[in-house]
Design a binder for this molecule. Structure first.
Ligand SMILES: C[C@H](O)[C@H](O)[C@H]1CNC2=NC(N)=NC(=O)C2=N1
Length: 115
């Protein structure tokens, strides 16, 4: 399966449950190839990216935009919030690893940065 960031942005999350709903290693690699700066977590079960900002206010504006995506897509990242940076971490609890939902949301977070 080959991805483009546009094809990811054109999709919305749907409930995905169970191991068979996960992305395989090739799918994960294809998706990461179109998501600049995103990487697999050390345990391989998620993807993460650190976003840097000039100050706390701008960091929180980003956090709120990510929260809005989470609410709209019903798919929720773990966030590490610091004064001038936020680490976004996506995984799909219901599949015990990565699913298409994670890369769809990562593509939407990239849109925030483009705005
Ligand atoms: C029904 C609903 O889609 C599920 O409970 C969603 C909610 N948000 C979620 N967020 C994340 N990160 N993983 C999930 O498996 C998940 N499941």
């Amino acid at each position: 399966m080959a991805f483009s960031i546009e094809s990811l942005r054109a999709q919305h999350c749907v409930p995905r449950k169970g191991k068979d709903a996960g992305l395989d290693a090739a799918g994960i690699a294809d998706a990461l190839a179109v998501l600049p700066g995103w990487e697999r977590t050390a345990d391989g079960g998620g993807i993460r990216k650190e976003f840097r900002f000039p100050d706390y206010f701008r960091t929180m504006a980003f956090v709120n935009a990510v929260a809005s995506i989470a609410h709209r897509e019903d798919h929720h990242p773990d966030l590490e919030v610091h004064y001038d940076r936020c680490v976004v971490h996506y995984s799909t609890h219901d599949v015990g690893g990565l699913s298409l939902n994670d890369v769809i949301c990562a593509a939407r977070v990239e849109d925030i940065r483009a705005a």
